[in-house]
Design a protein around this ligand. Structure first.
Ligand code: NAD
Length: 365
């Protein structure tokens, strides 16, 4: 099959890690008989330097014309880079927000998976980790508290601020469907997280999720209050498969879940709309402190490319092969600097960005 991939290499370590993900995709193409065609798209600081704005209309059009977009990361050192002297709407991150909005990317997916080999980086005790965990946080990305009306005003001499949390049933239904669809590709369990004991928006959320669940009889689902979920993530993370939740709860829970896995260099993510299109990117930033040194961990970007294979292209077998190659390279003892064990360990070898990409390619069967 043939696929058009928009590529936003971006700034800092972005171009370095994206190069490795492309290497891996090309290997998948060679082994499984697919052709991936790449179109470079400018966004972030490099776009500011070239065009004066972080995202041009041509860049948006190029992204829309692609089957999916693979991204590195954007931005620079926020203290020293001249990009951060610009007004907020012209800074690198404004490009990403504009792109998400233009593409209507309402569903954010962040996996939290514990690799046996990186168990040491997990802050939880062995008896809590048990057999490990493998969950997917599905967060609504374009509604709720972050997009509702807000104001700050003085009322009777007292400064008062208001933020509004709004969801309509259509917004809830489309993300819930996405969540159940993803669960069908996994272990078929959805935990819908809300605060239905207090919030009207959560009670509507719960009602709509129950309606959607009727169309997925194979998926087991449960409701969980967000405060309980925050506790369960550090008490028994192995119980979760897909966690489905609204924007702010998802913002907080996805960071909590990712931190129990260890390094930022391992964390992939995807943002999807209601077609097969998605934007795939590592969860970390552009890491200006290590850019250009050839030491960044490309695994988060490579795993994001695997998500693209699975969720935008329906190439599950190929995605499995990439994920298995990553597991194997860790088993074989290769580590980038961010995932090197603290204590001396003669069974592991330190390697750089390009070698990590090469070694993962070698293990794609
Ligand atoms: P960061 O994630 O870039 O870096 C935090 C720390 O993690 C650094 O020490 C860095 O070296 C390390 N790190 C990150 N990714 C790594 C990798 N793949 N391999 C090894 N180490 C890695 O966060 P920051 O320093 O707060 O932000 C830097 C810039 O990135 C800022 O301009 C910020 O706005 C931007 N940012 C962009 C995105 C995005 O593109 N989606 C996301 C977050 C931050």
């Amino acid at each position: 099959m043939e696929f058009q991939i928009g590529v936003i290499a971006g700034d800092g370590i972005g171009p370095e890690v994206v190069a490795e993900a492309k290497k891996v995709l090309n290997k998948v193409g060679a082994v499984y008989g697919h052709s991936f065609h790449y179109k470079s798209i400018l966004m972030g600081g490099c776009s500011i330097d070239a065009t004066g704005v972080p995202l041009t209309d041509e860049a948006i059009a190029a992204a829309k014309a692609s089957d999916a977009v693979l991204m590195g990361s954007i931005g620079g050192n926020t203290q020293t880079s001249p990009w951060y002297q610009l007004p907020p709407q012209l800074r690198p991150e404004a490009g990403l927000l504009k792109l998400r909005k233009s593409l209507n990317l309402f569903a954010n997916l962040r996996p939290a998976y514990l690799y046996e080999e990186l168990k040491e980086a997990c802050p939880l005790r062995d008896n809590i980790i048990g057999d490990g965990f493998d969950m997917m946080i599905m967060r609504e990305l374009t509604g709720g508290l972050y997009f509702g009306e807000r104001k700050t005003e003085e009322i009777d001499g007292v400064m008062t601020a208001v933020d509004t949390l709004t969801y309509n049933e259509n917004e809830i239904r489309r993300i819930a469907k996405r969540g159940f669809d993803i669960a069908m590709k996994r272990r078929k369990k959805v935990t819908s997280v809300d605060k239905a004991n207090v919030l009207d928006s959560s009670r509507l959320w719960r009602k709509v999720v129950e309606e959607v669940a009727e169309d997925y009889p194979e998926v087991a689902y449960e409701h969980m209050l967000v405060d309980n979920c925050a506790m369960q993530l550090v008490k028994n993370p192995g119980q979760f498969d897909v966690i489905l939740t609204e924007n702010m709860f998802g913002d907080i829970l996805s960071d909590e879940a990712s931190m129990v896995t260890g390094s930022i260099g391992m964390l992939s993510s995807a943002s999807l709309n209601d077609t097969k299109f998605g934007l795939y990117e590592p969860s970390g930033g552009s890491a200006p402190d290590i850019a250009g040194k050839g030491i960044a961990n490309p695994i988060a970007t490579i795993l994001s490319a695997a998500m693209m294979l699975r969720y935008s292209f329906d190439l599950d077998k190929e995605a499995d092969a990439v994920e298995e190659a990553v597991r194997q390279v860790l088993k074989d003892g290769y580590r980038t600097i961010d995932i090197m064990p603290q204590n001396e360990n003669e069974n592991v070898t330190l390697i750089g960005t390009a070698k990590m990409g090469d070694f993962i390619c070698e293990r794609i069967k």
